[in-house]
Design a protein around this ligand. Structure first.
Ligand code: BGC
Length: 255
């Protein structure tokens, strides 16, 4: 059990990659705290699944684009389990638009959910780690698009690019306090965010042809990488990104 007696918060934990991360961390003994806004039933089902299997998990109603609600999530975790050890800033959305088509409302929404939540999630978790002592780990789930332009998805790229520098800068600032900050950057993953592409046979084929490992990732493959980043096995890794993309960023086959 790599995370026995550790407590982890996973934002956006009730669907897609987040759900796989929750299941993986819980299977290694972590107490897992999940936020929810829109789908309380999904969070409740997931918590039930984990507790039935002998794990520990709880859901908290919190909109992670608001720092006060992230604080509520952290306070609930500490109240229930005594301390916080791992903060996974995973919540993310995308709104497909180009620069010329973007409007203020959807730009603000993408940046608030993807970047602002990770920024304050990192800050508030770090404050908790410092006050309780003993260090901690922040894992930010970014994307290959933290470094790789995706025309037609510009607000998402801007937010993920911001996460890249958040992790590098926060990792440098927090290293002396024993706090590690790592980005896990998935490529294409079989989750609701990619449903449209994966339901279109032509687009799906194009995507798979561009991936050297020949297939879209399963969410569990990202969950495994987050577990590694959060565990002691990654104790000398900080202020950087681990790409989990089947090689797509290095591929010369265009999308
Ligand atoms: C995006 C997907 C995209 C994938 C690979 C992900 O971060 O959410 O829409 O298919 O990157 O380009």
């Amino acid at each position: 059990m790599q995370l026995e007696n550790k407590t982890a918060i996973v934002t956006g934990g009730n669907s897609g990659i987040g759900e796989a991360i929750v299941r993986r961390l819980a299977s290694e003994g972590a107490n897992v705290v999940i936020d929810y806004v829109a789908k309380p039933d999904d969070a409740a089902d997931l918590v039930k699944d984990i507790t039935t299997a002998g794990g520990k998990a709880m859901g908290v109603e919190a909109d992670v684009s608001r720092p006060t609600e992230i604080q509520k999530l952290i306070d609930s975790a500490v109240h229930e389990y005594g301390r916080l050890d791992v903060m996974v800033n995973n919540a993310g959305i995308e709104k497909r638009h180009s620069l010329l088509d973007a409007d203020e409302e959807s730009f603000d929404l993408v940046v608030a959910v993807d970047l602002k939540s990770a920024f304050f999630g990192t800050q508030l978790a770090a404050k908790q780690f410092v006050s309780q002592g003993g260090g901690g780990v922040v894992v930010n789930v970014s994307s290959v698009h933290e470094d790789w332009p995706m025309p037609g998805n510009i607000s998402y790229c801007v937010a993920k690019g911001g996460m890249r520098m958040l992790t590098r800068t926060a990792g440098v600032e927090l290293g002396p306090q024993g706090i590690r900050v790592i980005n896990i950057a998935p490529g294409a993953v079989a989750t609701p965010i990619n449903t449209k592409t994966l339901n279109d046979p032509e687009q799906k084929q194009k995507l798979e042809d561009a991936i050297p490992l020949g297939k879209v990732a399963e969410p569990s493959e990202i969950g495994d990488a987050v577990l590694f980043a959060a565990s002691d096995a990654a104790r000398y890794i900080t202020a950087t990104t681990i790409f989990v993309d089947g090689g797509i960023m290095q591929s010369s086959v265009g999308l």
